[in-house]
Design a protein around this ligand. Structure first.
Ligand code: ASP
Length: 584
């Protein structure tokens, strides 16, 4: 037996017993007459003690040869500590060590294995296995596992069956590029890695499994914006003979359970808003509702007063920022520069200060009377001390710009409190989105999403107006899940493909298997997928998903530890039948 106990479980009740422990040497404190070692394993730290009086010379020699991160096994007696450490569970005892075996030595680690390490991100990623020994990373992985277990239990209790779907598949369009894998046995042909198991879970419904789930890796070859991973994990689910309401209830139930169990928050009912409302109020389909600053439109109040920029704008819209009338000229100029930077793209920023003393000062005083400005402030229920920030232009552009400004102000005012939890459902998404570059409709969710029954008639005449039975679960401004009621009829599915610009031939080649399956009695079905990495990070009170992934990739999609992606040999390329296709 390697050990009788772990390094986190001994306390005063064990005094007098002889124990064997294994672990890593966190630190050796050699005080001359006495030496202490902090021995660490996954469960905690136990102090070992050696001294001139009670330990033999050979043992003391051994102790002197130890370095940080050596792996050792010790046997000794649990004794009471003279100076106790109430911060840790084992702080009342230490082990008077009798024998020590060095199980393995260690090079000096490139950074300190402590909660506050001196290692930068890149270095810690290169030696991720050492990083994982640190409490913050280890605790995050344990937390992730706990979330997964709660999810599995909940879904199992609700009769969901866990089914694995294949990884070497054919493209499932979720709006990103596919990662592809060349087939050696079929030269010139490729598998795609799943962007999601979408078509398979639908086929499982045709197969009669009724309720499916899987905690599954998905792969999307996207430009990696901050904190995205090319491979990520979804809690993927599908149910038969259900409508949107059933899915929302089931997964609201799951989210409520997680919030309650993991952070002790009880939210009786998640609010719901339609996509249109979300865009109108927040300029965003995943609004952060931990704070207000809802959009207020001022076309009526501010158009046609001779201020050309507003007169020509399709939309004039603002947010009321509480207690910011005290912003200085410099701060306002800086904010104007902020909205004008290319990533935001606004032409300028208009402000109205509602000063504490009741006076009003704005950047457009020349064009508007005080009464007109008062009307604006009234409409937005502004209070003395508030600052109104207004943008204008084409709706499609202004809304996201103001949304970005709203988030920026929330950030500056520290309103994005990670301890506060604000979930909501966004429903009634449009079925289609017009892609300017490709000059065609693309599916807003994916091509298998069902239009609303009452909007089907608009499919021919006004496709952009068709709403879908699609829903997103949003938590603190992050989309943590999305799904839809599916099309389960081959004719409607074929129509959808044709709206999306697929020729009959292309649709048949890519998705013939699904349309064929729909000819054999497909049940009505619907589903959802939750972004597991993000969900875990938010529940953990943080927002960086990398911190909750054992071996994440960096912003360039690289694993710097195993150093991949990496070239393959010419022989391998030849074998895979891709040598002739590339120019080497
Ligand atoms: N497959 C979808 C996605 O990955 C989720 C769903 O519709 O169930 O977003």
């Amino acid at each position: 037996m390697y050990r009788t106990h772990n390094c986190g479980e001994l306390n005063e009740s064990n005094i007098g017993t002889t124990v064997t422990l294994c672990g890593w040497v966190q630190i050796v404190r050699d005080m001359g007459y006495v030496t202490w070692i902090d021995l660490r394993d996954r469960y905690g730290i136990t102090q070992l003690v050696f001294d001139e009086e009670r330990s033999n010379q050979e043992l003391l020699e051994q102790v002197r040869s130890l370095g940080r991160e050596f792996v050792i096994q010790v046997t000794g007696e649990v004794i009471e500590r003279s100076s106790k450490n109430p911060q840790i569970p084992t702080g009342g005892i230490e082990i008077l060590t009798k024998t020590l075996t060095i199980l393995n030595s260690s090079l000096v680690p490139p950074f300190t294995i402590e909660d506050k390490t001196d290692g930068g991100e890149e270095l810690r990623m290169k030696y991720r296995y050492l990083d994982i020994r640190r409490n913050p990373v280890k605790e995050n992985l344990i937390f992730r596992s706990k979330v997964a277990q709660l999810i599995r239990n909940y879904l199992a209790q609700n009769d969901f069956i866990e089914v694995e779907t294949p990884v070497l598949i054919k493209s499932t369009p979720e709006g990103a590029r596919d990662f592809v894998v060349p087939s050696r046995l079929n030269p010139g042909q490729f598998y795609a890695l799943p962007q999601s198991p979408q078509t398979f879970k639908q086929l499982l419904m045709v197969g009669g499994l009724d309720k499916y789930f899987q905690i599954v890796k998905c792969f999307r070859d996207e430009d990696l914006r901050a904190d995205r991973q090319p491979e990520f994990t979804q809690v993927d689910c599908e149910m038969s003979f259900v409508n949107q309401e059933d899915i929302i209830n089931t997964f609201e139930g799951l989210t409520k359970l997680l919030l309650k169990e993991l952070i002790g928050v009880d939210i009786p009912k998640f609010p719901r808003i339609t996509y249109d409302e979300a865009m109108k109020k927040y300029g965003n389909d995943k609004p952060d509702i931990r704070f207000g600053m809802e959009f207020i439109e001022f076309n009526e109040e501010l158009k046609n007063s001779g201020f050309k920029i507003f007169d020509e704008a399709e939309l004039i819209v603002g947010i009321n920022v509480e207690n910011c009338a005290k912003y200085t000229r410099k701060q306002l100029d800086e904010l104007t520069d902020w909205v004008k930077k290319p990533q935001i793209g606004a032409n300028g920023l208009v402000y109205i200060k509602f000063n504490e003393d009741g006076t009003i000062k704005s950047s457009v005083d020349k064009f508007y009377s005080e009464d007109q400005l008062k009307e604006v402030l009234n409409k937005s229920n502004s209070k003395p001390g508030d600052l109104m920030l207004i943008l204008s232009g084409i709706s499609k552009k202004v809304r996201p710009q103001l949304s970005a400004l709203r988030m920026e102000m929330a950030e500056r005012l520290r309103l994005r409190n990670p301890k506060k939890i604000a979930p909501l459902w966004v429903i009634d998404f449009p079925l289609l989105d017009w892609d300017e570059d490709e000059n065609r409709y693309v599916a807003m969710h994916h091509p298998f999403t069902s239009p609303k029954e009452e909007d089907i008639k608009l499919l021919e005449s006004d496709p952009s107006k068709v709403r879908a039975n699609a829903y997103d679960l949003v938590l603190n401004g992050n989309e943590i899940g999305g799904g839809s009621v599916r099309i389960f009829n081959d004719e409607l599915q074929a129509k959808m493909f044709s709206l999306l610009g697929f020729s009959q031939e292309e649709a048949k080649n890519q998705f013939g298997f699904l349309m064929n399956a729909f000819k054999y009695g497909a049940p009505p079905h619907a589903g959802i997928a939750l972004g597991f990495d993000r969900l875990v990070a938010i529940l953990g009170g943080q927002e960086v998903i990398r911190d909750y992934i054992a071996f994440p990739k960096n912003n360039a999609g690289r694993d710097v530890m195993i150093d991949t992606p990496s070239p393959i040999s010419k022989e391998q390329m030849k074998e895979l039948g891709i040598l002739n296709k590339v120019n080497i």
